[in-house]
Design a protein. Structure first.
Length: 62
């Protein structure tokens, strides 16, 4: 499992998670301030703990 905990929508964070997902890991991006402005593939799970309440999108695993 690869987890990135981040408050900004850095492309570098996403690139690391994509590389881990491509290597077979379950990748999860925990965001704690604001929403990302980059397109996040469905194979990367998202947890957004900012705003009105937590939002979770589980990764699509094939």
């Amino acid at each position: 499992m690869a987890i990135e905990i981040d408050r900004f929508g850095k492309v570098w964070s996403l690139q690391k998670l994509i590389a881990e997902a491509d290597a077979g890991a379950v990748a999860l991006w925990v965001r704690w301030r604001g929403r990302t402005q980059v397109a996040v593939p469905t194979r990367i799970g998202m947890v957004d703990i900012s705003g009105a309440g937590p939002a979770v999108r589980l990764p699509s695993i094939h």
